[in-house]
Design a protein. Structure first.
Length: 101
């Protein structure tokens, strides 16, 4: 879920940048998760055959539908852990205060 959160807040993101945003994940695990999400049509993969190759990932329309659910999970986690809950009418925070999933 954190991959989806990063893509929802950062927009289309190159693989290396995405990997830096997700602490502790191996290249192999991130690649497997991204492929799974791509197969489910939750995100898209754009490949540019440059040197070095540029691979960008972003949310599809189907993935965009999940943003509301992610926001609700983040709000619930913030309440459970006694953290301040953000007003949904305000600009969202750049990343969740608690990583879920």
């Amino acid at each position: 879920m954190y991959i989806l959160w990063v893509l929802s807040t950062q927009g289309p993101t190159r693989f290396g940048v995405l990997k830096r945003h997700i602490e502790g994940i191996s290249t192999k695990m991130l690649t497997e998760r991204l492929r799974l999400l791509e197969q489910e049509e939750i995100l898209f993969r754009h490949y540019e055959p440059t040197v070095p190759p540029q691979v960008t990932y972003g949310l599809t329309d189907r993935g965009q539908e999940l943003i509301g659910v992610l926001d609700q999970l983040n709000e619930l986690a913030q309440r459970w852990y006694g953290l301040p809950v953000c007003d949904p009418d305000l600009t969202p925070v750049s990343e969740p205060l608690v990583q879920v999933g």
